[in-house]
Design a binder for this molecule. Structure first.
Ligand SMILES: [Zn+2]
Length: 346
């Protein structure tokens, strides 16, 4: 079968790999219908050291179950499913508490010997705990939004929840990528009154306003901090959704949070530490981490199916699997917000 493999920074190829097969009795094999490229895939795309064996890529997909192991009972062959970016057994204490990304048997697709989703098919460990079946007859116009539930929409929601977004509160969203834009959707959905999006790319800002951003700040650094203070009576915002993960974005988040406020961080951290002094003296909550998107599908799916939210609009380009290398290039140059990979003819 065909799959995307990264060999070094800037070098993604679609190559022949062994077919996905069942290994454990709790596995399923999913034929991928739609996959996509994640902002987090761009980190290795920029700095991966050469590796002759390569890294299997992709961790977001919807697809159809093609085979199940003998201990799989809830998921059936032929089910159409959402594949969250992390696999989880669905049975441990953390899974029961809704923190599947801390599952004691869990892990992330594309790592630890598990193939990525930018492929024709993939092996799913703990299929019953991991996969989320949805109705097969679901209109294909919903597919993009359903795909977003495998990562970006659930991650934006996790940022908002971790930042304690409440009705009537003020929110700032750092990052105008797909996760940040989904964070705007999540903040509005949770009732935020003021939603300030930090971004400058015209297409992204326009989509952010459609999703519910009330203000847009295009400056960076100190100037952005000043503008946000001016928009919030000099106080800062109750909630900051930190959707980037850089030193600069974390420093901004701490600077624009109101005393007693909260930062929900979902950008994979590429910074060393969290500023001890300002977070202490401002009584800030700093929360967040890998989003347990599996736990959030129950809550978000009805809003998608009934059209109340349309996170699938973050996909502004669709390509075939063989064109995946160009999809990376388009996202890396910010030509595309998020690229969807159409792996099948349907
Ligand atoms: Zn678990």
């Amino acid at each position: 079968m065909r799959a995307a493999v990264m060999y070094s920074a800037g070098d993604v190829r679609v190559v022949d790999v062994p077919d996905a097969t069942l290994v454990e009795p709790t596995d399923a094999v999913v034929r991928v219908t739609r996959a996509c490229i994640c902002g987090s895939d761009l980190w290795p795309y920029r700095d991966m050291a050469p590796d002759a064996a390569g890294q299997s890529m992709g961790h977001e997909a919807i697809g159809v179950v093609e085979a199940v192991g003998r201990e799989v009972s809830r998921v059936r062959v032929g089910d159409t499913v959402i594949m969250p970016f992390a696999y989880s057994d669905g049975r441990c204490d953390f899974c029961h508490e809704g923190l599947q990304t801390a599952c004691i048997h869990g892990g992330f697709f594309g790592w630890g010997g598990f193939n990525g989703a930018q492929a024709e098919a993939l092996r799913i460990p703990f299929a019953d705990g991991t996969l989320y079946p949805f109705n097969r007859s679901t209109d294909s116009s919903h597919w993009a939004s359903l795909l977003s539930l495998s990562d970006v929409m659930g991650t934006g929601h996790h940022a908002a929840r971790s930042a304690r977004v409440r009705a009537g509160h003020s929110v700032a969203v750092i990052g105008d990528g797909a996760v940040g834009l989904c964070g705007v959707i999540a903040a509005k959905r949770l009732g935020a009154e003021q939603i300030i999006l930090l971004g400058r790319h015209p297409d992204r800002v326009a989509l952010g306003r459609d999703f519910g951003a009330t203000d847009v700040v295009g400056e960076r650094g100190d100037e952005a901090v000043e503008n946000i203070r001016a928009l919030t009576r000099g106080q800062g915002v109750h909630s900051v959704l930190e959707c980037v993960g850089s030193d600069a974005s974390l420093a901004n988040a701490v600077a624009i949070a109101r005393p007693g406020g909260a930062i929900g961080r979902v950008g994979v951290p590429h910074y060393e530490g969290i500023p001890a002094g300002p977070t202490f003296f401002k009584n800030l909550v700093v929360a967040g981490g890998p989003a347990p998107v599996r736990a959030y599908i129950d809550e978000l799916l009805p809003d998608v199916l009934e059209g109340r939210i349309q996170p699938g609009r973050v996909f502004d380009r669709t390509i075939g699997l063989e064109e995946t290398p160009d999809g990376y290039r388009a996202m890396d140059t910010r030509e595309a917000i998020k690229v969807m990979i159409r792996t099948t003819a349907s």
